[in-house]
Design a protein around this ligand. Structure first.
Ligand SMILES: [Ca+2]
Length: 156
Protein backbone atom coordinates (compact mmCIF):
# COMPACT_ATOMS: atom_id res chain seq x y z
CA UNK A 1 0.00 0.00 0.00
CA UNK A 2 1.77 3.09 -1.16
CA UNK A 3 0.94 6.61 -0.22
CA UNK A 4 1.35 9.86 -2.07
CA UNK A 5 4.24 11.95 -0.98
CA UNK A 6 2.92 14.75 1.17
CA UNK A 7 6.10 16.63 1.85
CA UNK A 8 8.61 16.13 4.61
CA UNK A 9 7.55 18.79 7.08
CA UNK A 10 7.11 16.14 9.75
CA UNK A 11 10.50 14.59 9.19
CA UNK A 12 11.58 11.18 8.02
CA UNK A 13 8.94 9.24 9.93
CA UNK A 14 6.09 10.73 8.03
CA UNK A 15 4.18 8.23 5.90
CA UNK A 16 5.70 7.93 2.47
CA UNK A 17 9.00 9.57 3.28
CA UNK A 18 11.75 8.26 1.03
CA UNK A 19 9.36 6.01 -0.85
CA UNK A 20 7.90 6.13 -4.31
CA UNK A 21 8.34 9.47 -5.99
CA UNK A 22 10.25 10.87 -3.04
CA UNK A 23 12.83 8.08 -3.03
CA UNK A 24 16.23 9.63 -3.55
CA UNK A 25 15.14 13.12 -2.50
CA UNK A 26 17.96 13.30 0.01
CA UNK A 27 20.51 11.45 -2.11
CA UNK A 28 23.36 13.33 -3.74
CA UNK A 29 23.23 11.40 -6.97
CA UNK A 30 20.33 11.18 -9.38
CA UNK A 31 18.46 8.15 -8.07
CA UNK A 32 17.43 7.12 -11.58
CA UNK A 33 21.10 6.60 -12.46
CA UNK A 34 21.19 3.55 -10.19
CA UNK A 35 19.05 1.58 -12.61
CA UNK A 36 20.09 3.49 -15.71
CA UNK A 37 22.37 0.77 -17.19
CA UNK A 38 19.33 -1.49 -17.33
CA UNK A 39 17.17 1.23 -18.86
CA UNK A 40 19.94 2.07 -21.33
CA UNK A 41 19.85 -1.47 -22.68
CA UNK A 42 16.18 -1.01 -23.54
CA UNK A 43 16.84 2.50 -24.84
CA UNK A 44 19.37 1.29 -27.41
CA UNK A 45 16.97 -1.34 -28.72
CA UNK A 46 14.57 1.47 -29.63
CA UNK A 47 16.80 2.78 -32.42
CA UNK A 48 17.65 6.20 -31.04
CA UNK A 49 18.39 8.88 -33.62
CA UNK A 50 21.00 11.43 -32.55
CA UNK A 51 20.74 10.03 -29.04
CA UNK A 52 16.96 10.26 -28.80
CA UNK A 53 14.13 7.82 -29.31
CA UNK A 54 11.03 9.02 -31.08
CA UNK A 55 7.69 9.30 -29.36
CA UNK A 56 6.35 6.38 -31.41
CA UNK A 57 9.15 4.01 -30.39
CA UNK A 58 9.17 5.14 -26.77
CA UNK A 59 5.40 4.75 -26.59
CA UNK A 60 5.57 1.12 -27.75
CA UNK A 61 8.04 0.32 -25.00
CA UNK A 62 6.13 2.25 -22.35
CA UNK A 63 2.92 0.44 -23.25
CA UNK A 64 4.60 -2.84 -22.28
CA UNK A 65 4.03 -1.70 -18.71
CA UNK A 66 0.27 -2.18 -19.32
CA UNK A 67 -0.41 1.07 -17.51
CA UNK A 68 -3.39 3.03 -18.85
CA UNK A 69 -2.71 5.66 -21.50
CA UNK A 70 -3.77 8.41 -19.12
CA UNK A 71 -1.01 7.41 -16.71
CA UNK A 72 1.55 6.96 -19.46
CA UNK A 73 0.64 10.35 -20.89
CA UNK A 74 1.28 11.93 -17.52
CA UNK A 75 4.60 10.09 -17.21
CA UNK A 76 5.56 11.21 -20.71
CA UNK A 77 4.97 14.87 -19.86
CA UNK A 78 7.13 14.58 -16.76
CA UNK A 79 9.88 12.64 -18.53
CA UNK A 80 10.13 14.74 -21.71
CA UNK A 81 11.84 17.53 -19.82
CA UNK A 82 12.65 19.65 -22.85
CA UNK A 83 9.28 19.05 -24.52
CA UNK A 84 10.80 18.08 -27.86
CA UNK A 85 8.54 15.07 -28.31
CA UNK A 86 11.46 12.66 -28.01
CA UNK A 87 13.30 11.05 -25.13
CA UNK A 88 17.05 11.12 -24.68
CA UNK A 89 18.65 8.39 -22.60
CA UNK A 90 18.14 10.27 -19.32
CA UNK A 91 14.55 11.18 -20.10
CA UNK A 92 13.87 7.58 -21.09
CA UNK A 93 15.41 6.29 -17.87
CA UNK A 94 13.26 8.78 -15.96
CA UNK A 95 10.14 7.53 -17.76
CA UNK A 96 11.03 3.95 -16.82
CA UNK A 97 11.68 5.03 -13.24
CA UNK A 98 8.26 6.71 -13.04
CA UNK A 99 6.62 3.61 -14.53
CA UNK A 100 8.32 1.49 -11.90
CA UNK A 101 7.08 3.81 -9.13
CA UNK A 102 3.53 3.60 -10.47
CA UNK A 103 3.68 -0.19 -10.80
CA UNK A 104 4.84 -0.37 -7.18
CA UNK A 105 1.60 1.31 -6.21
CA UNK A 106 2.77 4.87 -5.65
CA UNK A 107 1.15 7.90 -7.18
CA UNK A 108 2.72 9.94 -9.95
CA UNK A 109 2.77 13.67 -9.15
CA UNK A 110 1.65 16.39 -11.54
CA UNK A 111 5.00 18.06 -11.31
CA UNK A 112 8.40 16.48 -11.45
CA UNK A 113 10.20 16.83 -8.10
CA UNK A 114 13.49 18.63 -8.44
CA UNK A 115 15.53 15.60 -7.36
CA UNK A 116 14.21 13.62 -10.32
CA UNK A 117 15.12 16.18 -12.97
CA UNK A 118 17.78 14.53 -15.16
CA UNK A 119 21.28 15.99 -14.66
CA UNK A 120 21.49 17.23 -18.24
CA UNK A 121 18.25 19.15 -17.74
CA UNK A 122 19.19 20.72 -14.43
CA UNK A 123 20.19 23.99 -16.03
CA UNK A 124 16.98 25.79 -15.43
CA UNK A 125 17.59 29.15 -17.01
CA UNK A 126 17.48 28.09 -20.61
CA UNK A 127 15.33 29.89 -23.12
CA UNK A 128 14.55 26.75 -25.08
CA UNK A 129 13.48 24.99 -21.91
CA UNK A 130 11.29 27.63 -20.40
CA UNK A 131 8.73 29.28 -22.57
CA UNK A 132 9.06 32.49 -20.64
CA UNK A 133 11.52 33.97 -18.25
CA UNK A 134 10.91 37.22 -16.43
CA UNK A 135 13.08 39.11 -13.97
CA UNK A 136 11.30 41.48 -11.64
CA UNK A 137 13.19 44.62 -10.69
CA UNK A 138 12.61 46.91 -7.76
CA UNK A 139 12.41 50.67 -8.24
CA UNK A 140 16.21 50.88 -8.12
CA UNK A 141 16.60 48.31 -10.87
CA UNK A 142 17.81 45.54 -8.60
CA UNK A 143 16.47 42.10 -9.48
CA UNK A 144 14.16 40.98 -6.68
CA UNK A 145 12.85 37.79 -8.16
CA UNK A 146 12.64 35.82 -11.33
CA UNK A 147 9.75 33.91 -12.73
CA UNK A 148 10.16 30.86 -14.89
CA UNK A 149 7.29 29.40 -16.76
CA UNK A 150 8.06 25.86 -17.85
CA UNK A 151 6.99 24.79 -21.32
CA UNK A 152 4.67 22.48 -19.45
CA UNK A 153 3.82 22.22 -15.78
CA UNK A 154 6.01 19.18 -15.29
CA UNK A 155 9.00 20.92 -13.74
CA UNK A 156 9.29 23.75 -11.36
CA1 LIG B 1 12.95 15.28 -24.74
Amino acid sequence: MGGAFQGSEDGPFEHGYGEGISAGADAEDWIVSRDKPRYDEIFYTLMPINGKVTGVNAKKEMMNSRLPNTVLGKIWKLADCDCDGMLDDEEFALAQHLIKIKLEGFEIPNELPRHLVPPSHQTLIRPDYYSSFAVHLDSGGTPVSATFTPCHAGVR
